[in-house]
Design a binder for this molecule. Structure first.
Ligand code: ATP
Ligand code: MG
Length: 229
C-alpha cells in the first residue's frame, strides 16, 4: 500500500511477547480509532503502553492478532507511506549532535528557516536561537540541552511532521504543569482533524478525548469517556 493514510486504525486482538520472555506484554488488545478520533491510553508503568506504540509503527510485529490502517494490514504498507502517515512523539526524544536546523529537517525535509523559527517559538524554545540561530550546534561540543528542551524539540518535530495520525507517548513528562497544559493544547489544536493515540500518566487533556482506555498488565481493563470514568 503506497498512499498516505486517511487515519482509521484497527488493533484487533493483539498479543505480544518479547523475544526470550515467557510472559506476554500485551494480551488480546483491541482498539478502534476512526479517522479524526482521539484515544487516551492510561496505565501503570510497565503495563505495555509503549510496546503497543512500537507495534503500531511496525517496529515489531505481534505474534497474535493484527493491526491495520485504513483497512490495510500493517505488513502490506510501504515503508515510505507508513512514515508519511504517522507522526510519533516518543517517550524518549533523540537529539543528535549537530545544528538545530538538521535536528528539525529530520521531521520536515523541505521545511524553511522561517517555519522552524516559528515552531520553536510556539514550543517556547526561542532562546535556543539566541546567538547562532538555527546553526546552533546541539549536543557534544555545542549547546547542551536540558531534558525539558529535548522534550520540546520532540514536540516541535511533531508539529512540523504533518501526518494524519499522531501517536504521543507521554509527551510532556518532566515539564511543569503550566507548560504541560500549553503543550497539550498546542498538540491537540494541531491534531484537531487527525487520529490521535495519546499515552499519558496524567489527567491533562483527557476531556478532549473521545475514548479513554485503561491498561493493566497488557490488557485493556476499562474503557469509556472522560465523564464516565
Ligand atoms: P511506562 O509507563 O513506564 O513507559 P509502559 O506501559 O510504556 O511503561 P512498556 O515499555 O511497554 O511499558 O513495557 C512493558 C513491559 O515490557 C515491561 O515489563 C518492560 O520491562 C518490558 N519490555 C519493554 N521493552 C522491552 C524489550 N525491548 N525487551 C524485553 N522486554 C521489554
Ligand atoms: Mg512507556
Amino acid at each position: 500500500h503506497s498512499v498516505r493514510a486517511r487515519g482509521d486504525i484497527l488493533i484487533d486482538h493483539v498479543s505480544y511477547t518479547y523475544y526470550g520472555s515467557d510472559q506476554p506484554v500485551l494480551r488480546d488488545v483491541s482498539l478502534t480509532l476512526k479517522q479524526g478520533e482521539k484515544l487516551a491510553l492510561l496505565g501503570r508503568t510497565g503495563c505495555g503502553k509503549s510496546t503497543l506504540l512500537q507495534l503500531l509503527t511496525r517496529n515489531w510485529d505481534p505474534q497474535q492478532g493484527s493491526i491495520s490502517i485504513d483497512g490495510v494490514a500493517l505488513p502490506s504498507w510501504q515503508e515510505k507511506a507508513l512514515r508519511e502517515s504517522i507522526t510519533v512523539v516518543s517517550q524518549r526524544v533523540d537529539v543528535f549532535n549537530g545544528p538545530l536546523r538538521e535536528n528539525l529537517l529530520l521531521a520536515k525535509p523541505d521545511g524553511t528557516d522561517e517555519e522552524f523559527e516559528a515552531v520553536l517559538k510556539q514550543v517556547g524554545l526561542s532562546t535556543l536561537l539566541d546567538g547562532q540561530g538555527l546553526d546552533t550546534w546541539l549536543g557534544d561540543g555545542g549547546r547542551q540541552i536540558s531534558g525539558g528542551e529535548r522534550r520540546r524539540i520532540g514536540i516541535a518535530r511533531a508539529l512540523l511532521h504533518d501526518a494524519p495520525i499522531l501517536l504521543m507517548d507521554e509527551p510532556t513528562e518532566g515539564l511543569d504543569r503550566r507548560t504541560e497544559q500549553q503543550i497539550i493544547n498546542l498538540l491537540l489544536e494541531h491534531a484537531k482533524d487527525k487520529t490521535v493515540l495519546f499515552i499519558t500518566h496524567r489527567l491533562v487533556g483527557l476531556e478532549q478525548m473521545n475514548q479513554i482506555c485503561l491498561m493493566d498488565e497488557g490488557a485493556i481493563i476499562e474503557r469509556g469517556k472522560h465523564d464516565e470514568l
